[in-house]
Design a protein around this ligand. Sequence first.
Ligand code: ADP
Ligand code: MG
Length: 614
Amino acid sequence: MPVSRIKLLPDHVANQIAAGEVVQRPASVVKELMENALDAGANQIKLIVKDGGKTLIQVVDDGMGMNEIDARMAFERHATSKIAKAEDLFQLNTKGFRGEALASIAAVSHVELKTKPADTELGTYIKIEGSKIITQEPVATAKGTSVSVKNLFYNIPARRKFLKSIQVEMKHINNEFYRLALAHPEISFSLIHNGNVIYQLPKSNLLQRISNLFGNKLKEKLVPVNEETEYIKISGFIGKPEFAKLKRGEQYFFVNNRFVKSAYLHHALLSAYEGLIKEKSYPAYFVFFEIDPKHIDVNIHPTKTEIKFDDEQTVYSILKVAAKHSLGQFNLSPSMDFDAKPELDVPYDWHKKTPKLPEIKVDPDFNPFVENDDDFGLKGKTPKKYFEKKATYWENLIQNAQNQPDETIIHSGLDKQNDFIPGNNPLFNGAFQFQNKYIISQKDNHLLIVHQNRAHQLILYNELLQQIQNGHIPSQQLIFPVELKLNKPDVELIKNYEKNINKMGFEIEFEQNSAVLIKGIPPELKTAEITSIFEEIIRQLSMEAPVDPLQIEKKLAEIIAVQSAVKSGQKLEREEILKLLSDLFKQQNPAYSPKGKKIIINLKPDELERKFNT
Ligand code: ADP
Ligand code: MG
């Protein structure tokens, strides 16, 4: 008889495989446990985390709890109290419904459960390691459930190794925490990391929840959005156009109180801002949709953050119109203060006011995040004047250029082609700007096309690195320090890298209420750039979380260089063009920008010739 090759997988193996889908990182565990707590009708949910969740993730709730049979059953695959028949899938209002989260989590970690329903004296304690029940016994405990998950992926070393730094994992956990806390302002949440209380969020309304999470200032930058049709109801808040940021972050859509990602909805909302915000900047938004579950399919993605509506086009246009409407109306009223009436979500009589089309004027250079934007008092002045005043960098250039009458440059330049003298080079005399983006010139008999933005990035980058090698970059004191309002994890991140950041020429001070005060900046930088620089520093360091000081400093130098370099589209004066070219060719490798992008295209005469002959 042939040996059967098909075998049923043992349960613990099946669970490990399922775990791969459900549990990607500590944040996925956080999401599943917190959703279970919400489904259990909790009023208070506490999330306790150690080492970015790598050591411990614990969720404590005061919900309905489980009796001892259910407690044991909860760890079986496809155990769920939430669906009894297939039709239930379409009517789903609870968070999870696949009944495999706890089984999957227990397959790849050490789990301890304590749970008690309101009507029993004693609760149940269960300890499981890698799907194996180690202990089950009665325990004295409060009503509700506590699940703690330790040593995630302890039995799958390849996955454990794949976990990122504590900061990165914590960032993901924070994201899940934000999403659930925003969706449920009526429930109090707390988050404790390594013994520190990061958030303690009391029951409140949505707007207060938003400010408890993202700082008090954010709510002044929001306007309410409300629309109700038979098909869908929209509510929430969207950012005023002038506060749009370059960084994505505070953008949230919820459908039936479940966070969803949707490029489609994002596009719809952004289309309402057309002409009001700069390209590549994003308004904050917290938008809630309520819709009959039969019109949506939430189960198209294993982590359930994507969604499909049966009538996407309608949703698109309703959202767009609702947002336009709010932006138009907000023009009537300069600011909102919700502190005065905390019991109301929307203290203004928005609907009674006659709608007015948006006519917001936006200054494209205005940086809304900088309160004391002195910018050397040069905003709107000609680039030449600007550079003169900002002498630190361009001083030499102007001197050089002024000392050389145009005539001499032209002639000496054309005659000698190979003796390139850095800093004072006549060869680039024919240089000019094309589309305010490229510099066209010639060198060593080649036709050069130089990407001005990338060229300047490289020059600044190398200069910064050079300065760091020699010690540290001098700090330019600000007369009016700039205050940044950050959320707590971002403050933590800045604290972690404080030394390195200071070495780059910044001087920072930490204030209460998670504000960071910028008192000094590297001389290259403009005050107006501070906020975007810090947004970028936070974004990049939280993604990569480098630990080697040299790597960190290189990253910081790159960010500063990229932010402060001459932009594409910026008109340059003649002497600036020349300076840029001569500085570029002083670099050891002028070909590539710090991000590895091509800086120069050059054409040899014979290549040119060939182009004419094809
Ligand atoms: P699902 O949530 O998809 O049903 P889970 O594996 O997450 O599947 O949970 C299995 C079951 O365990 C749930 O259906 C619920 O009955 C029970 N359960 C899990 N967590 C809790 C909790 N915090 N409080 C009460 N019951 C819970
Ligand atoms: Mg669940």
